[in-house]
Design a protein. Structure first.
Length: 303
């Protein structure tokens, strides 16, 4: 489906967008760990997406982009905000309190398969057999790496809970992608739709935080403030605008292979800064993920 709100990206722009998005998200997994500590995870997510939404709204107004949405577009943005920016990232932050950030990054590689299944069931979108094989291979790789993390942690309840939370985050993200697609079908442009979705997700998390009695504070340290700015501006504004633009051009069922290109970067960062150690099973899982994504990238788009 092509429309003014779903531009077709050229080859060079597509490759550049994928590379930038993968590099940013490959480092944000570790940046999230710098947000954990004295500040409640819910509060950190509110600051992150609240700032990102303000920046996107300001950019739209400065460049004379229309920010108003109609009722159908607002409902789609509401669903996108609830599942992507509230539920998914709420579970991501909680997961990273229990397992290394690289493990969460690799689990997210399964998003490609989940998206293919979801869009086939609810939107009737078809993908090629090569895409299904590639996504399934990636899913097996995710299972191998996740299993090795639980076994490596002596089957602790914390590790198992962290992996489970990451899996819930993936499912929530896929549902959010579906609502983003609904916004695209309704004619909403990428930037205002993403800005509203972030605003809705921020409001929901803020209400949840109020019911939980969390302390609303910002840790006055370079690590916390610096990581917050990086996560808000690069990890949210830049990366999500690129991601949803690519998704509209290539299809939401296939665009999420970007999530599988981030694990090598995330694993390297985790080894360097978190002291993580990954054995042969973990690297075998990573190899399966990357092999699956090669097939997924080469698969033709079928609608």
């Amino acid at each position: 489906m092509s429309s003014p709100s779903s531009p077709m990206l050229g080859g060079r722009w597509l490759v550049a967008g994928i590379a930038v998005c993968a590099l940013i998200w490959g480092t944000t997994w570790y940046a999230i760990t710098l947000q954990l500590g004295p500040v409640a995870p819910t509060v950190s997510v509110v600051w992150r997406f609240g700032l990102a939404a303000l920046v996107l709204f300001a950019f739209c107004l400065a460049t004379r982009r229309r920010v108003r949405l109609n009722r159908v577009q607002h409902l789609a943005a509401l669903g996108q905000g609830a599942f992507v920016f509230a539920l998914s990232y709420g579970f991501v932050y909680a997961s990273e309190e229990r397992v290394p950030s690289a493990v969460v990054a690799v689990i997210f590689a399964g998003l490609a398969f989940v998206n293919l299944v979801l869009f086939r069931l609810v939107a009737g979108q078809k993908a090629s057999r090569l895409a299904w094989v590639g996504s399934a291979l990636g899913l097996v790789g995710v299972a191998v790496l996740s299993g090795s993390e639980i076994l490596g942690s002596s089957m602790t309840s914390a590790a198992g809970l962290g992996v489970g939370m990451a899996c819930i985050a993936v499912l929530s993200s896929a549902l959010g992608n579906y609502f983003a697609w609904r916004g695209q079908v309704a004619g909403a442009a990428v930037m205002p739709a993403t800005a509203w979705a972030m605003a809705y997700g921020t409001a929901m998390l803020a209400l949840f935080g109020l019911t939980q009695g969390v302390e609303w504070r910002i840790e006055p340290s370079f690590a916390y403030v610096g990581s917050l700015l990086y996560l808000s501006l690069m990890g949210s504004v830049v990366a999500f605008v690129i991601y949803f633009t690519i998704a509209r051009s290539r299809g939401y069922g296939l665009a999420s292979y970007i999530s599988a290109l981030t694990p090598p970067i995330a694993m390297l960062v985790s080894v360097m800064f978190e002291g993580a150690r990954f054995g042969l099973p973990a690297f075998a899982g990573l190899a399966l993920v990357l092999a699956g994504q090669v097939l997924l990238i080469r698969a033709p788009k079928v609608s």
